[in-house]
Design a protein. Structure first.
Length: 137
């Protein structure tokens, strides 16, 4: 085996022969977590030291970071303002309905604009009156 901690497969690619700490396999394996900021400060520092000393891994990290920037700048879909407003209105309405200590608003209890339904509540038949339905049924 080559340098301590560096696998033979990557030892020739890594400019950090004899480097203690993170090896190339670890650095590349955690590269996306590193770029996404998902590592602890300690682990991020260890990976940074390796990327700074190893041309191969540092180049891979630079490429991936640049690729992310290109994708982010090219893949921006524009959401129509009308859709954004409908979503904001729906969220606002749901927040109003579910806010503590607030009863239903007049619009929550207002009669609907639709015709009465032919479906009857559970346990009743269409045309039943209140006196036709026994309590507890």
């Amino acid at each position: 085996m080559g340098a301590e901690g560096v696998t033979p497969k990557l030892a020739g690619q890594c400019g950090a022969d004899g480097l203690e700490g993170v090896d190339c396999d670890e650095a590349i394996h955690e590269l996306y977590h590193y770029l996404d900021g998902e590592l602890t400060e300690e682990r991020r520092t260890e990976i940074t030291v390796h990327l700074d000393r190893c041309g191969h891994c540092g180049g891979a990290a630079d490429f991936e970071a640049e690729l992310r920037l290109v994708i982010a700048s090219r893949c921006r879909d524009r959401v129509p303002d009308a859709l954004l407003q409908r979503i904001a209105d729906a969220i606002h309405e749901e927040s109003r309905r579910h806010s503590p200590g607030r009863g239903p608003s007049p619009s929550d209890t207002a009669p609907s604009d639709t015709a009465p339904s032919d479906t009857a509540p559970s346990g009743t038949a269409p045309g039943d009156t209140a006196s036709d339905v026994a309590p507890g049924r």
